[in-house]
Design a protein around this ligand. Sequence first.
Ligand code: PEP
Ligand code: MG
Length: 316
Amino acid sequence: ERRAALAASTGPGATADGHKVPLLANIGGPADVAAALEAGAEGVGLFRTEFLFLDDSKNAPSEDKQVVAYRQVLEAFPEGRVVVRVLDAGADKPLDFLTPADEPNPALGVRGLRSLLDHPAVLRTQLTALAKAAEGLPVHLEVMAPMVADRADAKAFADACREAGLRAKFGAMVEIPSAALRARSVLQEVEFLSLGTNDLAQYTFAADRQVGAVSRLQDPWQPALLDLVALSAEAARAEGKSCGVCGEAASDPLLACVLTGLGVTSLSMGAASLPYVRAALAKFTLAQCERAAAAARAADSAADARAAAQAVLSGE
Ligand code: PEP
Ligand code: MG
């Protein structure tokens, strides 16, 4: 029965009453494109570009090398949406030439957009390579920055995109609670938000994502995390802009319904999860998702939030 449900699960993501929720794939490079297409991804919601930088931790890859890799991905989704995240170095993804060696708390130090703003040539090369890779293609290119803390960060990134001549939508990842709390202010500078719930949980609960002993606090069902998702989605709606989720949270079928109920406008996940999330969404109306979301937010723990959402959606 499960297999039948999954086989029936093709086409664009939508709730039972037809509310569209584009289902996108998280990829780490051209090698992941085939699986994404096979799983029916409507595009790419998170292209982690770190892979290009891993061969050589002393130097950034050349512009030409980047153009080739980006073009391979962009060509695979004609007319589709591809959201590319600029380099997220530091903390769990250190790079010798960008990451300071002597930070006491690397997760709280110079990482993500911060390291790119300290090394503007690296950001400029990446943005120029993206602009060249997209030339002449009908793809809807969107480019976003990791670790945006506030409006000034968002503006610095948008300025860099404009200076590189990039014709794309510019966005900010919401991975730091300050960006969720002041999402409307961040949205004055960029056209979309994408919630990186892995880091957002880490920074909301002061719980290192690499430390198993605090994994309870990394649970994306934590009601405090759901509150920050809701704040971001409400801000985007008020500004007439989109707010997706590209962290692990999107790959849990029940949580995907709750995120939809919170107002999130797209979900991006590893390709293997796409059929399960598509099948779950198709079972419930938007109003049911909204009721499940409200029940989850009213809970006081991750376990209770999940149980409350489950109870609503199974009609208990
Ligand atoms: C996140 O933090 O949720 C995210 C999508 O980015 P990464 O896991 O690559 O840090
Ligand atoms: Mg992250």
